[in-house]
Design a protein around this ligand. Structure first.
Ligand code: IMP
Length: 194
């Protein structure tokens, strides 16, 4: 069997690491973000730009292949917002409840279907500057009354098109992983590495 590709992740979020490891299987050994690495300022105006900033920081710090992902929600009626601002949309820093409250306010009066998608971009970057960029999306609709306690972020307001009418907040982690933007980006990365 081929040796796994050893990769250092730009995230220390165990939820994300577990989700990605489940998809990568034996092909990629994913190490968590080193504690000593300073926080990276994500000030690019695209998902790929922010993922690249994080991947470069990890590759330079460790001298290893680095993997960084950046995700967010794009709502068509809001011209793609919150987009790269998804984590800060409500005014705080990763304040999920405030982010959802603003989304509901912005969409008040907008008729259904309020089409939207979650998007993940992954940048896999070698210390010599080579990189592979992978994408994953999950299409759905935004409702205006939250449902479900699971997941995080905008999950209680997002009904995936590939599901049965429940929000992501009403999906188990396994059910969500089967169709999530992040898992699709991981699969897209594996396809490209093949
Ligand atoms: P990150 O780049 O994965 O940290 O995501 C940035 C922001 O996008 C999060 O703070 C959430 O607001 C939103 N987001 C990303 N992925 C998801 C998801 O799977 N469910 C709900 N919200 C998400």
């Amino acid at each position: 069997m081929a040796e796994p590709l050893v990769v250092v992740a730009a995230t220390a979020n165990t939820h994300k690491l577990d989700e990605m490891r489940a998809i990568f299987g034996d092909a990629v050994e994913l190490l968590p973000r080193p504690d000593a690495l300073a926080e990276v300022v994500e000030d690019a105006d695209t998902f790929v730009g922010n993922a690249r900033l994080k991947a470069i920081a990890v590759a330079e710090h460790t001298g290893h292949v680095a993997l960084a992902d950046d995700s967010g929600l794009e709502v068509d009626a809001l011209d793609g917002e919150p987009g790269v601002q998804s984590a800060y949309y409500g005014g705080g820093d990763h304040d999920d409840a405030a982010n959802r409250a603003r989304l509901v306010r912005e969409l008040a009066g907008v008729a259904a279907p309020r089409t939207a998608r979650f998007r993940t971009v992954i940048v896999l970057r070698w210390p010599d500057g080579r990189e592979v960029v992978a994408n994953g999306t999950c299409e759905g609709q935004i409702i205006d009354v939250e449902r479900g306690e699971q997941g995080f972020g905008y999950d209680p307001l997002f009904v995936p098109d590939d599901g049965d009418g429940r929000t992501f907040g009403e999906h188990s982690p396994q059910e969500k992983n089967a169709m999530s933007h992040r898992s699709r980006a991981c699969r897209n990365l594996l396809e490209q590495l093949d």
